[in-house]
Design a protein around this ligand. Sequence first.
Ligand code: NAD
Ligand code: IPM
Ligand code: MN
Length: 351
Amino acid sequence: MTRIAVIPGDGVGAEVMGPTLRLLQTMNVSVGLGLVFDSFDFGAERYLKTGVALPAGQLETFREDYDAILLGAVGDARIPDGAHARELLLGLRFGLDLYINFRPCRLYAESLCPLKGKHAEQIDFVVFRENTEGQYNGIGGFLKSQTGDEVAISTEVNTRKGVERLVRAAFAWARRKGKRRVALGDKSNAIPAHQLWRRVFQEVAAEYPELEARHLYVDNLALQLVQRPESFEVIVTTNLFGDILTDLGAALVGGLGLGASANLNPDSTPLFEPVHGSAPDLVGQGRVNPMAMFLTAGLMLEELGHGAQAARLERAVARAILQGQVTPDLGGSLSTTEVTEAVLGHLEAPG
Ligand code: NAD
Ligand code: IPM
Ligand code: MN
């Protein structure tokens, strides 16, 4: 039995989670995956009632009793500073020590790419985003708050161990998957602390002579991603840069409706969530794209050892895309439910 903790969350989170559980249940029954789902009502509503986003003891429960966490999205206009989203999302990432944020960007159909003349097979890269350090650690604060002399401080932390384990994960994955290139994006010209990234990257790269290791300043990397996305296979970068580059990456392949992500540590309970947020502008319209969440569920299946089922799910999504069975964000006119039915249909198709 494999236990999955399900957190639909806020906004469109619940709207993409329902359809995803439908797909997963279908596969669960037809193949006998042994998945068991427990739902958790963490999100804005509960936070507004209790003042708590991630209850005490929950991390231990997830760590000890669950094989994976599947999360929709969090974010609510009633909590404008995003406090509950930070407490929950960063609480899970940091608390479970999920140091790899794995975010693939793959172009399924040429028509989805905003760049001219890019073929589907030309955009297929993965971002390894550092996920437990950087500027996301909460160290800092405000001096002389709300005065004309206010100073807002945010400290970036990069530890040798933290950087090295992420860089190692990226190279090891590249080797395992037969990739040829790994690129590092940092800002060591302006932020001396990032020299740690360059040093570690060089050291680890030396252990992988078959892989081309390329260092780029992250501003140039962003430029190159748009001008020559085909030159990237694996990108390794800091927490904040990875956040930004993966929205950019999603934009290259159709938008946030297709951005999947996995928060990983081989020794912990992984967390799977799409790249997108609660999309307040789409809530309640029945037309949010559920595919990012489907592909995220695919990453979960792969991680749980069901690689064939993960591939089957991705293939079903790709077929729906190629047949134009998509929501408005991808240029179609189908509803979330209609897209779900289409993907379900492709799931049953042979091969
Ligand atoms: P967002 O990702 O929610 O939306 C950005 C844009 O992309 C919007 O125009 C939205 O309509 C579109 N979009 C997003 N997902 C889509 C989908 N599945 N189908 C079609 N279109 C989609 O980002 P935002 O507007 O900056 O943030 C909204 C809230 O979500 C904020 O509170 C933010 O903090 C939070 N957020 C949460 C997560 C998360 O839970 N992992 C991630 C990002 C943002
Ligand atoms: C993401 C989101 C989060 C992040 C926010 C909601 C804290 O943008 O998962 O990409 O910055 O990591
Ligand atoms: Mn983001």
